[in-house]
Design a protein around this ligand. Structure first.
Ligand code: GLY
Length: 372
């Protein structure tokens, strides 16, 4: 077997601790990464093209090992994070007689992982699920840490969901080879975020700077593996400290996300999550500067990295966003409490962010007015 990097999520609840397995060509060892249980049935949730590319061989492996195997295909895209699709997946689970000893495999990006995780969390009060992320964004963020969700139609990004940890995550970088460059950059926005949220990632900023060409051209597996491993390690630390987002630690992962969610919802999810996050990080930097939380030098370093990776910085014109509507939309965000919207903003040193909840509507309107 190729070298496997393993990151352990230890939540101090032995039944819930799990490992994230990272490597190249490791998907064909998936059976080794299952918890040591007798699973009665396996169901694979994925899209048809991912099934053709990778799902068929997963199916063959499970069948060779005498597992009863079912397949559920759904449409690609954020619109699948929806009540009706969720209902339909749950109906299929019951039609196929999945029981509490069954395992749901999610093969896909954030949509499949979030939807599948949510279905697994509520089906018969919770069955095991294993994440096999196929996008960079899902590898470094959504497949790890147990946030599951579907959307509500109006301004409702991720408003219905649960904290429900997978039993294992298998990240095989071979699956990322088929991603187009836009999808790759979508994930890079979440990667870059890690460099700016915690002091222990100060080195990661340098690593990203030094290896930006290899990362963009995807021509060096060792660098890609290190980038994913560092991102996942960073996320794992935060999740272990604050699984339910209660202490503020986990909220740091939302740098740029408060802005991102209103842009995504306001564009009917036409703006991709990673794109919205890089625009959101730019807005967060501007707000930090207005509030004098960071020096101009620090702001420039953050912006430079976003630009070096060719990520989007400006709110697209075609959706005709207006400042008033965007500010109103914030109250629907999960990070709003008692109508106070929480923002993660770069603050102090380069690799440090903090949560702020006393930002006035006027300031936000002014920020959007100069950014639209
Ligand atoms: N994507 C942010 C989190 O998992 O908390």
């Amino acid at each position: 077997m190729n070298e496997i990097r393993e990151i352990k999520i230890d939540l101090n609840r032995p039944s819930i601790n799990y490992k994230i397995h990272i490597g190249k060509n490791i998907l064909n060892h998936i059976i080794d990464f299952l918890p040591k249980k007798n699973f009665s049935k396996i169901m694979l949730l994925t899209h048809s093209y991912l099934y053709e590319l990778y799902g068929k061989s997963i199916e063959a492996l499970f069948k060779e090992n005498n597992y009863e195997f079912n397949l559920k295909l759904i449409e690609e895209g954020e619109n699948s994070k929806d009540w009706n699709i969720c209902h339909n997946v749950l109906e299929d689970m019951i039609q196929n007689n999945l029981d509490r000893s069954s395992l749901l495999l999610t093969l896909g990006g954030g949509v499949i992982g979030d939807l599948g995780g949510f279905c697994a969390s509520i089906y018969q009060r919770g069955i095991d699920f294993l994440q096999i992320p196929t996008t960079l964004l899902a590898c470094v963020d959504s497949s790890v840490g147990g946030k599951t969700a579907i959307n509500l139609t109006n301004n409702g990004k991720n408003l219905i969901g649960s904290f429900y940890q997978p039993c294992s995550v298998v990240i095989d970088i071979n699956l990322l080879k088929t991603l187009n460059q836009n999808e790759w950059k979508n994930g890079l926005a979440e990667v870059i975020k890690y460099a700016f949220i915690r002091e222990d990632n100060a080195e990661f900023y340098k690593f990203l700077e030094q290896n930006k060409n290899e990362i963009l051209e995807r021509n060096n597996d060792e660098i890609i593996l290190k980038m994913i491993e560092t991102s996942v390690q960073s996320k794992a630390k935060v999740v272990m400290q604050d699984e339910y987002e209660k202490t503020g630690q986990r909220m740091l992962l939302n740098l740029g996300h408060t802005f991102a969610h209103v842009l995504e919802s306001g564009s009917s999810y036409q703006i991709a999550h990673g794109t919205a996050v890089s625009i959101g990080m730019n807005l967060a930097v501007k707000l930090s500067r207005i509030l004098n939380l960071i020096t101009e030098e620090t702001a420039n370093k953050i912006i430079k990295l976003i630009l070096d990776f060719g990520l989007e910085m400006q709110i697209p014109k075609q959706y005709n966003f207006n400042a008033e509507a965007l500010v109103k939309a914030f109250v629907y965000d999960k990070k709003a409490e008692n109508k106070k919207i929480k923002f993660v903003l770069p603050s102090g040193e380069l690799s440090h962010s903090a949560v702020f909840s006393d930002i006035s509507e006027k300031l936000l309107k002014d920020l959007f007015s100069i950014s639209l």
